[in-house]
Design a protein around this ligand. Structure first.
Ligand SMILES: [Ca+2]
Ligand SMILES: [Ca+2]
Ligand SMILES: [Ca+2]
Length: 456
């Protein structure tokens, strides 16, 4: 009885706590309740939401350790147009949004564009001094850092330093760079998109990191840190050292990343396209595509460490990886070196085409794709839930442009053979739509007046 009584009173306490936190949590709207976002934060308590209506807000913002959600109307509507309509910037040469009071993942910044910010580091967002907030649904674009007069510019878009490990999720980080940068300048810059420094072990997932520029690490610079980068595209970034990522004394875990066309339009003397490592690095790559990074996908030119690559599509294969003698390469036979068949890479579409060799070629033990199939290599899985999403010629399984006896011969060899039937083949020749290709489909094909068996 005593135990039961205890349980009941615990239940009541939990209900009371839940009710009281519901009662306390409030929504503060900007500019209705307060004119500036900072006033809204100052007058908030943990659990509140500061909801910002469309507009351009030009004052620097400090989260002041609050565990709140600061969001545009995207938060309540899921309408992504609010990301473009709700703009944060400032003209005071400081980060536009600063976290420096040990914020946790419960401090959430969501649903804004951070544009044209300028500072000496982390122009759009700084996470400092053990602050690990959640940064999601953000457009971080056209921000720059100054590197003149001896400054080293870290993180033109976002900087994280000193034990600051945010989750950066569903963000577009594009066109951030060093102000007035010349590749011949003396100033140094690290991380055009993001810089992670000194035990800043960010999780970067479902992000697009595009067309950023810095001296080291066009997309991301990692120094003495251990980030995870998942389900993200890193393309068309530029730098002298590490077009996609520059890694120094760090441990990188890279899974389901498409790293492509970095340093493609370089200055002519760039020599590390995808990932460049310096010092002691441990770099793990799985389920990823490294394609057309100029001139190499990986360069570990000095120092020590290990580069471990499995279940990935690597341009040029193991022979195109540049390693110093004191670095080890563990290159699995599960890797391939085949054109990944992007839908339209020159126009930024890095989705897989229907005949991509990367489909279902990830590690079978990794989490499945949302369509229930084995994970694909790269950032974007190919959806095999509906043939209607794709173009193909019904019945023409040998791809010669017509439906005839040659297709039936092909199908017979397919049925008798040992190779797996692909999604594309299934779409083309599962004529009776029962989820298998077998003799019934051949019978169906030979039915009078079918395309294989014309009426005449
Ligand atoms: Ca798949
Ligand atoms: Ca045919
Ligand atoms: Ca069938």
């Amino acid at each position: 009885m005593a135990v039961k009584h205890q349980r009941e009173s615990m239940k009541i306490n939990i209900i009371l706590i839940t009710l009281s936190s519901l009662a306390l949590a409030s929504i503060i709207t900007i500019p209705d309740d307060y004119e500036t976002i900072q006033e809204g934060i100052t007058n908030s308590v943990d659990g509140d939401t500061v909801l910002v209506y469309p507009g351009t807000y030009l004052n620097p913002i400090n989260f002041d350790g609050r565990e709140i959600v600061l969001s545009s109307l995207f938060q309540s509507t899921n309408d992504s147009t609010y990301l473009y309509q709700t703009i944060l910037s400032n003209a005071e040469f400081v980060s536009t949004v600063t976290f420096e009071n040990q914020e946790s993942a419960n401090s959430i910044l969501s649903g804004f564009s951070l544009l044209y910010c300028t500072a000496f580091e982390g122009s759009a967002i700084s996470c400092l001094n053990g602050s690990s907030p959640t940064l999601e649904h953000l457009i971080v674009k056209h921000n720059s850092v100054y590197i003149n007069e001896g400054f080293v510019g870290y993180g033109c878009g976002i900087v994280c330093r000193d034990n600051s490990s945010p989750v950066i999720r569903n963000c577009l980080i594009e066109d951030n760079n060093l102000a007035d940068y010349s590749p011949f300048a003396n100033g140094e810059g690290y991380g055009g998109g993001i810089a992670l420094i000194d035990n800043s072990n960010a999780t970067i997932e479902y992000c697009l990191i595009l067309n950023n520029l810095s001296y080291k690490g066009g997309g991301i610079a990692v120094i003495n840190s251990s980030p995870e980068i998942l389900y993200s595209l890193i393309s068309n970034n530029q730098s002298r050292k590490g077009g996609g990522i520059y890694s120094e004394d760090s441990e990188l875990y890279i899974s389901n990343v498409t790293m492509a066309l970095n340093n493609e339009q370089g200055y002519g003397f760039l020599d590390e396209g995808g990932i460049m490592g310096s010092g002691d690095n441990q770099i793990y790559v799985v389920n990823s595509i490294f394609w057309e990074n100029y001139p190499y996908s990986f360069v570990l030119e000095d120092g020590t460490g290990n580069l471990i690559i499995t279940h990935s599509d690597i341009d040029g294969g193991a022979n195109a990886i540049q390693l110093s003698e004191s670095c080890n390469l563990d290159y699995s036979i599960s890797n391939i070196n085949l054109d990944p068949q992007f839908v339209d890479a020159p126009n930024g579409l890095f989705d897989l085409d229907i005949d991509s060799p990367c489909i279902d070629m990830g590690n079978p033990e990794s989490p499945l794709d949302p369509d229930g199939t084995i994970t694909d290599m790269g950032a974007f899985y190919f959806d095999q839930s509906d043939c209607g999403n794709y173009d193909y010629n019904w019945g023409d399984i040998n791809s010669d442009g017509s439906q005839d006896i040659l297709d039936i011969v092909f199908v017979v060899s397919l049925i008798l053979g040992e190779e797996d039937i692909s999604f594309l083949q299934m779409c083309i020749f599962d004529l009776n739509e029962d989820g298998e290709i077998d003799i019934l489909d051949i019978v169906y094909a030979l039915t009078p007046c079918s395309p294989f068996n014309p009426c005449e």
